[in-house]
Design a protein around this ligand. Structure first.
Ligand code: HEM
Length: 318
């Protein structure tokens, strides 16, 4: 996975260098650039050789994200808005069909290759299909344990969960490092101290203390997932209140990350050194840092995301 991250980051940085040419500065909208980077990374790690087909998926998923956010605002005013045959809901359905057809194609090709004895390749799709087939064999079924539809849904989740979130983290990090040049200098000093201007050594990434503190502080102030939603499946008591089955509960991560009673009176300030002794000592409540969720549905891509972000920022700072 790391060589794929590295290839994508190198491509980004060399494109920026080329655009800069001999000029001293350049104005650039970094968010689409970073969306492109994280989409590229997920395409390569999920689909290796089919990565060019995968790229179209992330463009469509990015469009879907904008349409969902616009529709969510309208739902508040017009109940049932999502089921109305509006232009945006037609566009969403069309996009979804295209995404599913690309994925169906990639998955079909890969299954045929696997059936002809080709290696599964070291990518997410290969791992998913391999474990699915093994599970089916163990259960005495022929073919697949999950249906193609299930695999398609899993692939969509990977795209959605892995692309927007990481590009938001990287974009905010660039914003705050521009607003706080003293932290930018400290981060660059650390990166140059470890790697110079050379190619990154993967083991060195685990020694990036300052950059890790900066990323944690960005995830605290600007968590890409601002809240989680859960539904009670049976009557249950939470915090001394009994809820019947079917109640939607929302955990407001953004509010928890900005609560002065938990983080102190400097809660709204960018102060990465609050994480100097790790996450558990950064606040009065060790469980209050929730950028990747908690419990059984905690983000399975969190280590991937942090490694990708560190690699990209190291190269940008270099
Ligand atoms: C900064 C980057 C990321 C953030 C902030 C983030 C955040 C989260 C959060 C908060 C959840 C839990 C949602 C809930 O409990 O309702 C989650 C779940 C998930 N994340 Fe991430 N994520 C990031 C990157 C990634 C990446 C890179 C991948 C994949 C390569 C990924 C894959 C997933 C998946 C598959 C789930 C669902 C897990 C499950 O339901 O069991 N995430 N993520």
């Amino acid at each position: 996975m790391l060589p794929a991250f590295s290839a994508c980051c190198e491509e980004l940085v060399s494109r920026w260098s080329e655009s800069l040419g001999s000029e001293a500065s350049l104005e650039l909208d970094v968010w689409p650039e970073l969306q492109n980077l994280t989409g590229d990374v997920i395409s390569r790690t999920a689909f290796s050789s089919s990565y060019h087909e995968g790229r179209r998926i992330f463009q469509l998923q990015a469009e879907q994200a904008v349409l969902v956010m616009t529709n969510i605002q309208k739902i508040m005013i017009i109940p049932g808005y999502m089921s109305l045959p509006t232009r945006s809901s037609r566009k969403m359905r069309k996009n979804n069909k295209e995404i599913e057809s690309i994925l169906r194609d990639i998955i079909g090709k890969r299954i045929r290759a696997m059936e002809q004895g080709e290696s599964t390749k070291d990518d997410l799709l290969g791992l998913l299909l391999e474990s699915n087939m093994r599970q089916a064999e163990e259960n005495g079924q022929s073919g697949m344990g999950m249906t193609i539809e299930d695999v398609i849904e899993e692939c969509k989740v990977f795209y959605f969960a892995g692309m927007e979130t990481t590009s938001v983290l990287l974009t905010w990090t660039m914003v705050v490092l521009s607003m706080h040049p003293e932290w930018q200098d400290r981060a660059r000093e650390e990166v140059l101290g470890l790697f110079g201007k050379n190619k990154l050594e993967y083991e060195g990434l685990s020694r990036l203390k300052t950059l890790t503190m900066i990323l944690y502080e960005v995830l605290r102030l600007y968590p890409p997932a601002i809240s989680f939603v859960r539904k009670t499946y049976k009557e249950m008591e939470i915090g001394g209140i009994t809820y019947p089955a079917g109640v939607i509960l929302e955990l407001p991560v953004l509010f928890i990350h900005h609560d002065p009673d938990i983080w102190g009176s400097d809660v709204h300030e960018f102060r990465p050194d609050r994480f100097s002794e790790g996450i558990s000592k950064a606040s009065k409540d060790p469980g209050a840092f929730l950028p990747f969720g908690w419990g059984p549905r905690i983000c399975i891509g969190q280590n991937c995301a942090l490694l990708e972000a560190k690699m990209a920022l190291c190269m940008i700072l270099q």
